[in-house]
Design a protein around this ligand. Structure first.
Ligand SMILES: [Zn+2]
Length: 286
């Protein structure tokens, strides 16, 4: 009797490409070696923060940037107090379905550096400014989620997260800051929003644009979020995270605020004679 050999057949499966995390690269330019030694680890921590939150691009392949180069400048802005930093993208990728930043600038006021470090908020300020380079409040118009002057952000993912996170099921937009002049207006969540009984109205609340909401997110209000125009808090809301999805990034959490589930394992079971081959590959969750 003739025995048939057991043949192992390998198949190459067309798997979805694995999105790498975004890659932020700093160019410290004329920053002194001493300042880089002093502050470099804080910049690196802020970089790691965003690279763990934004897990890739919704555009793929050649249509997605390979890095975001950020030119860092420690310089004079307006003396002690006032503006702590400013930032924005300077070059973008227009090749895909979204406009993504590929290069940008960040400036931090040297007059405020010691104060920011002492108050332990410098990393939060860097996170905030990187957020602008990545597109928060700066690439909204080009990505169709906001029109300057309206005060109403309408990107669908962030709005859905806002409805859940801040218990605003009937909201049709997220309020955007219209106060503060150039550089603040139209680029942040609205600081004047009153989010409920647990938060007293204070000098930051502008009666002209007050919207009375009935609850807060675990005690946090949108006023104290990382991406408002005035530094009073630094928590990253899922609303902000999903706003990055709206402008072309893959993000670490879903609209409910849960970790994005691992895609279904791609498995193939194939029996050949008495042998079988299982091809299994999991996508890496970053
Ligand atoms: Zn800002």
């Amino acid at each position: 009797m003739k025995c048939a050999p057991i043949v192992l057949v390998s198949l190459i499966l067309a798997l979805p490409s694995v999105n790498a995390a975004i890659n932020i690269v700093f160019d410290y330019g004329t920053t002194s070696a001493a300042d880089i030694a002093t502050y470099g680890s804080t910049f690196s921590a802020a970089e790691t923060f965003w690279e763990s939150q934004l897990t890739g691009y919704r555009d793929t392949g050649l249509n997605a940037p390979t890095q975001i180069l950020i030119n860092v400048d420690l310089g004079a802005i307006d003396g002690v107090g006032g503006t702590l930093g400013s930032a924005g993208p300077t070059y973008g990728n227009f090749g895909g379905s979204f406009v993504e930043a590929t290069e940008g600038d960040m400036t931090f006021d040297t007059a405020d550096l010691d104060t920011m470090v002492t108050a332990d908020v410098f990393e939060a300020v860097i996170r905030h400014e990187i957020g602008h380079v990545l597109g928060f409040g700066t690439l909204w118009g080009l990505n169709g989620v906001y029109t300057n002057g309206t005060g109403q952000y309408t990107g669908t993912a962030a709005l859905a997260a806002f409805q859940i996170e801040f218990d605003q099921p009937d909201a049709t937009y997220i309020p955007v800051e219209l106060d503060g002049g150039d550089g603040t207006a139209n680029g942040h969540w609205n600081m004047g929003v009153y989010l409920g009984a647990s938060e007293a109205l204070d000098s930051r609340d502008d009666p002209g644009d007050t919207v009375v909401y009935t609850s807060v997110n675990n005690g946090f209000s949108l006023d104290d979020e990382l991406m408002t125009g005035f530094l009073t808090g630094d928590f990253l809301s899922n609303t902000t995270l999903q706003s990055f999805y709206d402008i072309g990034y893959e993000v670490a959490l879903d609209i409910m605020g849960s970790p994005v589930p691992e895609p279904a394992t791609c498995a193939l079971l194939m029996a050949i004679g008495s042998g079988f081959v299982v091809l299994r590959r999991k996508r890496r969750i970053l």
